[in-house]
Design a protein around this ligand. Structure first.
Ligand code: AGP
Length: 614
């Protein structure tokens, strides 16, 4: 997830670009950069990399330019392909520096395209997938009537969700954009035309906005905008106005980041999964271990994590053991290093962390390395401490998560860990390449199912109104429903501050059932995973204690609830993939309860987004 801005017309300036980038920083701030198409000096590029200081450095460097700007493009980066370095900072050029591009999203087939370009003599100056687009346009332009025709030909070759914006030295004042399942909007004040990843970037400049439909190009000049299909057929553009304040616009109109991030889950999961597996069923890690054959000799997997990341790790344990037959141990990071974990060079230790900075998990990773284990970091922040320390890295590509309560990174972690499980099964010879491919294809269908679940938003709000006043909440599940139950309880505790517990449903009768009475609410995760019938038997035990019952189940099972109980229907998936949809109603419930209580869902009391103390 990155932020893009572009401007052409009388208002084009460094200030418009950098102000827009400031408002897009929530989309990432690994680096910032602009290219100005100037009257006297052609293209001028300014870039800076240094986390939150990037934009400050860019403003001071580019702010010193006082010449005439015809058009400009800008970018704030959330690193996916290539570390958060200066040479990976956008905009990127082609070989001749006649094409400049900024890009948000992933070019899934960039490896094969890059090989083709390298064979054709192109020289790359970054590790990004973005740069292939610039070089491909460079190849295409001499055979095209104009820049937009060249961009159309190249866009047809791209796989993956993305939006990008291009300027060409041969067409001053022309900006060409392409959109496919990644946000981009057009705006104008009548004398300048803008493109941006999000409305806040241009909200104080533009009064009129236009949506760009997926698979379409947009061409801006100082005089106006055109939308075109990839076959160069004009598409009518419909304008709309916006009555948001700048503050609410940063959250794309959502009330807070947590709700926004809940709704970003289909895109986050899609970006995490897309283009990660070869036709032979081999996982494309972001950083490969020095010797992948070592993974074939792994005889134990150890997963270390904290909080929500630990719950994702729990789901992974079921999947890895099922597909690989390798034993998996799971440990809370802060426990791992203070006992004597039995780990050696045939153990793969997997550190799971959104931030990649959580001190306990980082320390566990250090300990694993000291013990001679092979290590893998699964994290969301490129270049984070864990990513730098581990032998191998698999990034979730969920984009920055601002809300303290993890949502989109959690479902993305599960997606990433499922791919890891398939990879281990493949290298251990437990699954044939075709079986891995078939399961991966099923995995790729999950984001669409997540979109369906988001339709439960209002129903979960009603449920929060109904039960928000209850005193205690229990979440029960078995098999992969157990980590879902734990996560449901953690979300509720974190932002509503209400007592909530997650339990393996079969364990309830060994103690916690004593707590159940008519003032307790029990959520049962009863989708069609392995132990569905047994979970429903446990629900009977709850009913006998007069507690309120909410069943998370699959379509067709609605009749399992009795009068007065609630059935929340979520799509049925492969049992091991089910947690990625089953957990979402619970995130929404927690969110609505917290809001109903007047709590700040983004900044719950006593918590920090990243815990860097022991
Ligand atoms: C999740 O909602 C919490 N904020 C917390 O449990 C979090 O998952 C935990 O602190 C681990 O953080 P990490 O993923 O960045 O390592």
């Amino acid at each position: 997830m990155c932020g893009i801005i572009a401007v052409t017309g009388s208002g084009a300036s460094v200030e418009i670009l950098t102000t827009g980038l400031r408002r897009l920083e929530y989309r990432g701030y690994d680096s910032a950069g602009i290219v100005l198409h100037t009257r006297d000096d052609g293209f001028l590029r300014f870039r800076a990399a240094g986390g939150t200081k990037s934009l400050v450095a860019l403003e001071s460097e580019a702010g010193a330019f006082h010449g005439e700007v015809i058009a400009g493009i800008g970018h704030t980066r959330w690193a996916t392909h290539g570390g958060p370095t200066l040479f990976n900072a956008h905009p990127h050029f082609d070989c001749g520096e006649n094409i400049a591009i900024v890009h948000n999203g992933i070019v899934e087939n960039f490896r094969e395209l890059k090989e083709e370009l390298l064979a054709g003599g192109h020289v790359f100056s970054s590790e990004t997938d973005t740069e292939v687009i610039a070089h491909l346009i460079e190849v295409q332009l001499p055979f095209s009537p104009s820049l937009v025709d060249a961009v159309a030909s190249v866009a047809k070759r791209m796989r993956g969700a993305m939006s990008f914006v291009v300027v060409g030295a041969s067409e001053p004042g022309v900006i060409v954009g392409f959109k496919r399942m990644a946000p981009m909007v057009v705006g104008t004040d009548g004398s300048s035309w803008f493109l941006a990843s999000d409305i806040p970037a241009i909200l104080d400049r533009a009064g009129t906005f236009f949506q760009i439909e997926d698979e379409n190009l947009v061409v801006l000049t100082p005089k106006g905008a055109r939308m075109l299909t990839l076959d160069m057929v004009d598409v009518p553009m419909e304008s709309f106005g916006v009555d948001w304040t700048l503050e609410s616009a940063e959250r794309s109109g959502f009330d807070d980041f947590m709700s926004k991030e809940i709704f970003e889950q289909p895109a986050a999961l899609r970006d995490t999964l897309a283009g990660r597996m070869t036709r032979d069923g081999l996982l494309l890690l972001d950083e490969q271990p020095s010797d992948l054959d070592l993974w074939a000799r792994v005889d134990k997997v150890f997963i270390v994590a904290c909080g929500t990341s630990f719950h994702a790790g729990m789901v992974a344990k079921y999947a890895i053991e099922h597909w690989t037959k390798i034993p998996v141990e799971l440990d809370i990071s802060s426990e791992f290093r203070y006992r004597d974990p039995v780990v050696d060079e045939r153990t793969l230790v997997v550190a799971v962390s959104q931030s990649g900075e959580t001190l306990d998990t980082l320390a566990a990773l250090h300990e694993a390395r000291n013990l001679g284990a092979q290590t893998l970091a699964v994290c969301n922040v490129v270049g984070s401490s864990m990513a730098r320390l581990a032998d191998a890295v698999l990034y979730t590509r969920a984009g920055p998560e601002v809300g303290v309560a993890a949502t989109k990174t959690h479902t993305s972690q599960i997606g990433a860990l499922m791919m890891l499980a398939l990879q281990l099964a493949r290298v251990k010879g437990q699954l044939y390449p075709q079986e891995v491919r078939d399961l991966y294809d099923q995995l790729l269908a999950v984001p669409a199912k997540v979109t369906e679940v988001l339709g439960l938003w209002d129903q979960m709000r009603d449920l929060a109104v109904r039960y928000g006043g209850c005193s205690r909440f229990y979440f029960i599940g078995r098999h992969v429903g157990y980590p879902v139950a734990l996560e449901g309880a953690l979300k509720l505790k974190e932002i509503s501050y209400l007592p909530a517990e997650g339990y393996p449903a079969g364990e309830l009768k060994h103690g916690a059932i004593a707590m159940l009475d008519a003032d307790a609410v029990v959520f049962a995760i009863a989708t069609r995973t392995r132990l569905y019938e047994k979970v429903m038997s446990n629900v009977e035990e709850v009913r006998a204690r007069n507690s309120a019952v909410v069943v998370i189940g699959n379509p067709g099972d609605e009749s399992v609830v009795s009068t007065g109980e609630t059935f929340i229907s979520v799509p049925r998936l492969h049992p091991l993939f089910a947690p990625m949809v089953d957990v979402i109603p619970l995130q929404m419930f927690a969110y609505h309860v917290a809001r109903g209580l007047g709590n700040d869902a983004d900044r719950p009391r006593n918590l920090a987004k990243t815990v860097t103390v022991e």
